[in-house]
Design a protein around this ligand. Sequence first.
Ligand code: CA
Length: 225
Amino acid sequence: MRVLVVEDEARLAGTLRDLLEMDGYAADVCHDGEAGLDNALSGIYDVVLLDVMLPKMDGFTVLRKLRQGGSAVPVLMLTARSELSDRVEGLDSGADYYLTKPFEPKELLACVRALTRRQPELRGDGALSCGDLRLEKSSFTLSCGERSVRLSRKEFDIMEQLMINRRQILAKETLLLKIWGYESDAEDNNVEVYISFLRKKLSHLRSQVKIKTIRMVGYCLEGGE
Ligand code: CA
């Protein structure tokens, strides 16, 4: 799962990223409101942590524009101010949760977990299934009947995205951003390489589910109904 941190205080932003990464999330950081809005609108994030006082565009405006842009991504507002009026404004502009600085790391992680739990197929634990396939997060295994294989981290992340989005075509670009992130210099063919690893594993498992390539667009799962 991928979290966007929009926070202009570099030290706090770094701490938040470290915390999230230690808890198993991928995290990207933006230091101003405009960049934060652009990234949040990309649709690749599962949760956005949004500071209120930000350069270029304040957090409330970012949030309003995000909702106007049709994004339903869960947003956790962070602010040093604890006045009631701020909280009300945050909730009015579409925030899902409000956390006042300074906060305990445990409290923050609990909020992030609560927000990701709202999306039923994005649970942090348990398994995903599609057709005869079962993907287990705790052990990174993909199984079909009696057969099972262990996946690498990237293979797991790609398979998870394909299963979560199984009713739609997943663009190669979206996979690249969701799994490698903005700051990486991974290229399109990284995705192809991992897709080919996954296809080998699916055929070893003798699954009915196949990864179909939609030329020039991306991938989708087939045979999972
Ligand atoms: Ca700030």
